[in-house]
Write a protein that binds this ligand. Sequence first.
Ligand code: GLY
Length: 372
Amino acid sequence: MDAVVIGGGVIGLAVAWRAARAGVSVAVVDPEPGSGASHFAAGMIAPVGEAEFGEEAVVALNRDSASRYPSFIAELELDAGRSAGYRQTGTLHVATDDDEQMALERQFRYRQELGLPVERLTSRQTRDLEPGLAPSIRGGMLVESDHQVDPRAMVATLLQACSRLGVQIHRCQGSLRIEGGRVTGVDLDGGETLEASRVVLAAGCWSGAVKGVPDEDIPPVRPVKGQILRLQGAPGMISRTLRGGSVYILPRDDGRVVIGGTVEERGFDTSVTAGAVYELLREARALVPDVAELELVEASAGLRPGSPDNMPMVGSAITPGLVMATGHYRNGYLLAPATADAVAGVLAGGQWPEATQPWSPSRFRRTAGVRT
Ligand code: GLY
């Protein structure tokens, strides 16, 4: 075995699939692949809409990953023989009152100054695009280039592609094995050892709890709770992702809609609260009144892997052979292609791309580490 990936979420599976494609023999260790944040995520591929003031460098990396999506998905679907649910229908940001209209104008100008592809729309133009929007909508900002993927379809597709390319999936816990100061593999719960000179830590918000990781390499990830709703009943009610207030509403190919998402610092708590469900539905109904007619089929909570600066940790750890791929926070699906390409390239014998230097885990070390 050349490499073992601990964690079978979208990041771990994308790394494993990409590495296998590059000729690396690879295994994934996860008791229940795709059951963590990847299962609950909305799947927005939205580097322009999610651009934050003062985070220009982040925007460039995020856009680079989004630009990889079409070929990433085409290759993935070819390898898996099934759809990953990638939709390129764009994202429409809307304002429901004067305050939101002013905030939207600031967001629009900021993106224009950065040269990002955004279009400002009047109330009429906004509702012409999405007739299901409330008549009170004051205006909009269209981001044609912000897309989405169906997370559950994508994980199933990654698992299928991995299986077809010979990636071993071990459905159990594993602990890192270190001998002579370097990584030599992963000890599985059942007693078996997978020998490998490279191990990728991609266990999302649980990455800090993987056994055997030396103290100096424990990544500073924390869980950031997101509550999210899934509804069904009116295919075609909306045709693109909508954002307004503090919610987003995504249409799925199967007619479902997804409404998200809270951002809560509550440790490993995954309870669904009445207050959050109420607020998500109240805000979603203010955007699209017919949401109230849909059947609520799922209310759930996932744990995003947050890092101290909300950027992922992708790069070499201090321990030789250990690679980090975690801390993707709100952008796991968005950043899967760039992360997988970078890590798979290193597993195949290459160097870290210069562009991913800002993701290096060394930025959180007290003494700067060497990137190998
Ligand atoms: N990317 C959206 C969220 O994390 O809620």
